[in-house]
Each structure stands twice: as C-alpha cells, then as structure tokens.
Design a protein around this ligand. Structure first.
Ligand code: MG
Length: 433
C-alpha cells in the first residue's frame, strides 16, 4: 500500500540502483493513480542521482511504455498497480527491447536497493521528456489491424477506460480506426469511478451504457491497459475463454497466418479447439505474461494469450497490449458480426473448479503430481502445477500463488464425463494432500 510498503524513499532507491552505468537511458511511465506523480518524481530523482538519463513518458498504457523502452531506452520502469485498488501502487521493470525484466534483473535490483551509491555532483544524470510515445503506439497498433475493414463498417463502440492509462490513448485509437466512439470513465484523474479489474461486477454501468447508446460492442480496460475485455451488443461479457478463443481464431484465420499460439495451463477446450480448427498449434506456458512472452519468442509464435484478457501479438510489443487487443475485438465484430452470435456458435463448456486447503502446498504438490500423471494418460505439462490434456478434456492441479490452497480445474465434453474426470482428480488430491 502507498505510504506503507510503497514510499517515495523506496522509489528513489529503486531509481538509483536500477541504473547500471552512467548515461543509461531509463524510460519512466505511470498509470493514473493519485500516488503516481509522487512516486514518479522520486524515481526520476533516484535515476538522475546515480548518473542515469530519465526519459519520462507520463501517463501511458503499459504497451506504450514498453514500446518507448524498445525505441528510446535501455531499460524502463512503470509506476503501476495494474487492476488493484487505488491505494496500491508498485513498479514494473522492463529490460532492453521492452520486455518484462527477468527474475535475475529483479533480484539484482532488490539486492541493490539498500546500497544505492550516488554519483558525484559532476556525474549526475538528467531528466528528459518523450512526447510521441502514445502516438507511436497508436500507429503500431493500427498497423496490425484491418483499418479498411473497420472503416467500412464504422461500428459504434463504447469504451470504458476505467479512468486508467487507457484514457489517454484508446478513444483516439478507436476513432482513428474508423469507429464511432462513446468513451466513458476516460479522464485519467486518479479518481476511479469503478473497480479497476474489468470483471462483470465492475462493468455494470458499462453494460447498461452499451445498451443505452445502441453500441455494437463495448471494450473495457484495467488500470494499466494491458488488458481488454469485450461486451457484446447486449452489454454481456463474452467469457474469458470464449473471448480468447475468438481472438485466436481471428489472429490465425483473419490474418491468414498459420502457426503456433501460446496460452497457459489455465486455458480451456474452447481455446484449444479454436486454435486447432484454424490450422494452428497450441503451446502451453506457465501462468504469467513474462512466461508467455518467453515461450512465444522460443517458438516464433504468432500470438500469446492468457484467459484473464492479456494478449501479446507478433509484430507488436513483447508485453500484453490492451489497446491492440481492444482493436482486434472490434475487427472481430467487423469481420464476423455480432459478438453474441459468435459466442453462441461456440461449443458448450463443462468446467469445474474447486479448492482444497493444505498446510504445505509445495510438499503436497510433490506427492500429487506423480499421482495425477499416473491416473490420467495424455499430454503432460508439469512446469506450473500439473496439467494433463487428453481427448475431449483436460485436468489441472495447481497450488495457489498467494493462498495455502490447491486447486483442481477440470473440463470435459459432457457433464457426465466431467464428473468422472473431476472425481478421479479429487481422489488423488485428497489421498496425497
Ligand atoms: Mg494490468
């Protein structure tokens, strides 16, 4: 929380120890939180004090900050707490090329934080401003969607920026793409009119407004705009797996590109079916956008998406891009018609999730994983919990990152099959937990 763990002192020290060598250019961006300006100023002061060049972007979506790091920096920091409540804030680190900083880099910074050395008076760095970052990112995003198609349809789009970083970019990007735009919560004031997670309970107003203005679809973002979710013309969310499945289909067949798509252990059958029926190959990664990005690079994948609404596109930036995702959802509407109709044509989903409290989740998982592997035969992925994919279904057993619980997720082609798969997995978990 700001004022407790996250303070200007911490931001200063982080800035000071983040600079590796004199003259290094560190791009600094932020979302719209009220504590953002204070933390940004302290961070910049730290960067200058150790001889670095701070290149300020101001309020910008996370993918725009990533692009600025790629084009104008050696590394970067964004002051953001993504979708978390307004009293929180934090720092997201970027490496060379604009990707999320790896674990090694984060550890280097953490070790250095108590012992930052200040440069002498004649070796201080400086403060610079970058003005074209949002413009650059709009251009990049528009180059990756079919603007001709969107202009031809001229759809009415309601966008809910959640008073976050999307406010400074998404209404402009949509208008340039050829949409009739109704923008709400689009003042990046630091005062939030809704919760920043783009989920159903936070999007009641957006849903009503989609209907009230007769929009063809709605787009909503989280605080740092690395995520986008779509609402259909009735103001209903598509569902996270359904949305991801539709975007996978659009990327693979709309763009007429075959290839590999990366998702995580949490992606369901809709995603697998969408990728395979469009002629693509689905690869599974650990949960977390940095793992998805790394796997995409390794496999030269065309797209990487997590069910939470974080999508990475080849040709774009190596972090989730909520602005481009939102434009892709508009493109999807323009190419294939009403989103409600597209969702209704997907197969029904039979999925079940349950959690089990455990004392030692790491120890329990060590015993459970071989048990699950023995119980189910299929394709095994064991780098993040254990997932087994078999014909017509899959099962995942995974420890929570934050709570002392283990979760089972299972999906199958029918209710009956699901019951069977789930109870077999549950038996293994209960035996070894
Ligand atoms: Mg986010």
């Amino acid at each position: 929380m700001v004022g407790r763990e996250v303070t200007p002192e911490l931001a200063f020290r982080l800035g000071a120890c983040f600079v590796k060598k004199r003259g290094e250019r560190i791009v600094v961006g932020r979302d719209s939180r009220s504590s953002g300006e204070m933390l940004e100023s302290a961070l910049v002061s730290g960067i200058i004090s150790s001889g670095g060049v701070a290149r300020r972007v101001g309020i910008a979506p996370l993918p725009a900050v990533s692009l600025a790091v790629r084009d104008y920096g050696d590394a970067g920091v964004m002051v953001t707490a993504s979708h978390n409540p307004p009293e929180y804030n934090g720092f997201k680190l970027f490496g060379d090329g604009g990707g999320e900083a790896g674990k090694a880099e984060e550890e280097r910074v953490e070790r250095g934080i108590g012992a930052a050395k200040l440069a002498s008076w004649d070796a201080l760095g400086r403060d610079e401003r970058l003005h074209s970052v949002v413009r650059d990112h709009i251009d990049l995003a528009l180059s990756l969607v079919d603007v001709g198609l969107i202009k031809g349809k001229n759809p009415r789009v309601l966008v809910d920026c959640g008073n976050g970083a999307a406010s400074v970019e998404m209404p402009f990007a949509l208008r340039e793409a050829g949409c009739r735009v109704v923008a709400v919560n689009a003042e990046p004031s630091g005062l939030f009119s809704r919760g920043l997670e783009p989920c159903a309970e936070n999007l009641c107003d957006a849903s009503a407004m989609v209907r009230a203005v007769g929009a063809d679809l709605g787009i909503a973002h989280d605080g740092d705009a690395d995520r986008a979710v779509a609402l259909d013309e009735n103001g209903r969310l598509l569902g996270l797996d359904a949305q991801l499945a539709l975007v996978c289909g659009e990327v693979l067949s709309g763009g007429k590109r075959k290839g590999t798509v990366v998702s995580t252990v949490e992606a369901g059958l809709l995603v697998r079916d969408a990728v395979e029926s469009a002629g693509g190959k689905l690869a599974v990664a650990r949960v977390g956008s940095s793992f998805v990005a790394r796997e995409m690079a390794r496999l030269s994948a065309v797209f990487g998406g997590e069910p939470c609404g974080e999508y990475i596109f080849r040709g774009g930036v190596p972090v989730p891009d909520g602005i481009l995702s939102g434009l892709k959802l508009v493109e999807l509407f323009c190419r294939r018609g009403k989103l409600s109709g597209q969702v209704s044509r997907l197969k029904p989903v039979f999925m079940r999730r349950a959690k089990y409290p455990v004392k030692d989740k790491a120890g329990a998982m060590k015993r459970i994983a071989p048990g699950i592997e023995k119980e189910f035969s299929g394709k095994v992925f064991a780098e993040d919990g254990i997932r087994v994919d078999f014909s017509g279904g899959w099962v995942l057993v995974r420890a929570s990152g934050t709570e002392p619980i283990i979760r089972i997720t299972a999906e199958a082609a029918s209710e009956k099959k699901l019951e069977e798969v789930f109870s077999r997995a549950e038996k293994v978990v209960k035996k070894f937990a």
